[in-house]
Structure formats: C-alpha cells, structure tokens
Write a protein that binds this ligand. Structure first.
Ligand code: ZN
Length: 299
C-alpha cells in the first residue's frame, strides 16, 4: 500500500456550483478557512467561469480576498479559458486547475469547444503557467464515461493525456464527472499513465455508489491526488443527473482507519460538514458526519 494521497477539497467549487442555494462570497471564504484549519493541504476555492454561466461561482476574486491567510493550504482555482487564466493570475491563486472533457459533445456543451481546440488551449496556457511559475493541474473530464457520447475507452483518454502533457503541466487528473466509473477503469487509467512523468490523480463522483470503491482502487494503485468535497456536495451544471463528489470526511475516515495518515483533523471536518449542511439548508450526501467518527484501533 502506498502513502496518503494529497486530498484536494473541491467543495467550494465543484460542490457549491451545483447547489440551488447560492452562498455569499463571505460564507464561501469561511468554508475555505474551515477546510484549511482542518488540515486540508489543498482547496479548490473558486471557478473563474462567467457568472452568467454559473451564478453560484460569482465573486471568485472576493472569495479569495476574504479568505484569511491559511499557511499550509494551497489556494487553487478552476479555469476554463484564457480569460479565466488572466483573472486567476490577478486574483493570486497559487495553483491553476484547467479542466476539459475528453469528448467533443461534452466539450461543446461545457465550454463551447472541441477536444482538439481544448488541447491547443491547454498547451498555450501551460506555456504561460510555466513562464508565470504557477503549477497547472489538468483535469480530463468524462474520463470514465460521457453523458452525451456514452462509453469512453481508456485508450482514448490516455491518448488525449499524451497530447496535453509537456512543459508547464505539473499534474494530471482523470475525472469521473458523472460518476459512472468502476475500479477496473481506475486501475487501467492509472497503470496506463504510470510513465507520464507527472503526478496522477483522480476526481471521483459517487453518483452510482462506486466512488469509494474507485478511491480505494486509486489509493492501492498509488494515486498522488484525490479530489473530494466536504459533505459530498456537488455535481456538474452541464451534465444531466450528475451528483456529488466523493465526500472528504468519508474518504478521510476510510484512509485513517486503514492506517494511512493524511494530517487532516477528521473530527473538525465532521463539524464543518454539519455547518455546511446548515448553510445550504439541507442534509448532505456524506455519511460519516451523520454517523459520527469511530475509533477502530482503540488508541
Ligand atoms: Zn466534478
């Protein structure tokens, strides 16, 4: 078994962008602070998407400026295009996350582009990120299946990855955007990417209850990064019936129980999930914040 993956909480972005209740930048900044205080090494705090496309993400700059200093936690922001890059750079994000789906139909609906053009854009932005000294993570959406084109073969995903990789790209994530994947796909993608020369991660959703089986398969394969969201909130506004990310505190519970230390304070996270449920005015999909922690070792 390998060591602990870096856990990136994408709740303030992927989680909140699909919620019917829009939280203020103040509350979103507090969410980031709470995650940082609980020991999350990385938080995807905002998306630099046009506010008319995703109103829940309006005020990205404000969220970042309101988020008080949190040493030890990387402030990441999602970008989809050059304009997003400019905004993210000006807002002082410490790590850029650039995402696009590996299928043309989803690319068209999600960000009005094609896979070919998205790869070209990625290469341009990777050169800029390299020049600006900013880490750039690429997330390949729909790597396990597409809501519009159906099955997606691992060989197609890996070939898109190979065309994207190069100078300026610090990390690559395979995203199960609509939560259709199974552990065999995780193993195939991670072993296929083993020679890529950059840390490889997974972005998983629990839409069909395979999210944690997939996370375990990823951990066993030595995955470097796992995205998750506090309380398991989330989805994709442009993918029908997509639901939440794998839940951060449920993932941390599993890892700690297996003796894989993350440095994250699980009890603090459980409290923060309860707080987030109050902010959103509903129960969240996460289970550990409802069931409570349990000390498996008795120590
Ligand atoms: Zn997602």
């Amino acid at each position: 078994m390998s060591g602990a993956p870096i856990i990136c909480d994408v709740g303030p972005r992927d989680g909140l962008q699909n919620e019917s209740r829009t939280l203020t930048p103040q509350v979103r900044a507090e969410l980031c602070e709470r995650l940082a205080a609980a020991g999350l090494p990385r938080v995807e705090a905002v998306s630099f998407v046009h506010p008319e496309r995703v109103p829940q993400m309006a005020g990205a700059e404000e969220v970042l400026s309101l988020w008080a200093d949190s040493p030890g936690t990387v402030r990441a922001g999602l970008i989809l295009n050059e304009k997003g890059y400019d905004r993210a750079l000006a807002a002082g994000v410490e790590e850029l996350h650039l995402a696009f789906p590996v299928t043309d139909e989803f690319c068209a609906r999600n960000q009005n582009t094609t896979v070919k053009d998205a790869i070209a854009l990625t290469r341009r932005l990777a050169e800029r990120a390299h020049g600006d000294g900013l880490p750039l993570t690429i997330t390949l959406g729909a790597s396990f299946g597409c809501p519009f084109e159906g099955a997606v073969s691992p060989s197609h995903v890996l070939s898109v990855a190979e065309r994207v990789l190069g100078e300026g790209i610090s990390e690559l994530l395979f995203a199960d955007t609509i939560g259709v994947g199974v552990p065999t796909q995780v193993r195939t993608l991670l072993s296929g990417a083993a020679g890529f020369g950059v840390p490889i991660g997974c972005h998983l959703h629990n839409t069909r209850n395979t999210g944690f089986a997939n996370a375990l398969a990823a951990v066993e394969a030595g995955v470097a990064v796992l995205d998750a969201s506090l309380g398991g909130t989330g989805g994709c506004p442009f993918a029908p019936r997509a639901t939440g990310n794998i839940c951060t505190e449920d993932l941390v519970y599993m890892l700690h129980g297996m003796g894989i230390e993350t440095g994250i304070d699980l009890d603090a996270l459980i409290g923060h999930a309860g707080w987030l449920a109050e902010q959103l005015g509903k129960d969240l999909p996460g289970q550990v914040y409802k069931a409570g922690n349990f000390n498996l070792t008795g120590r």
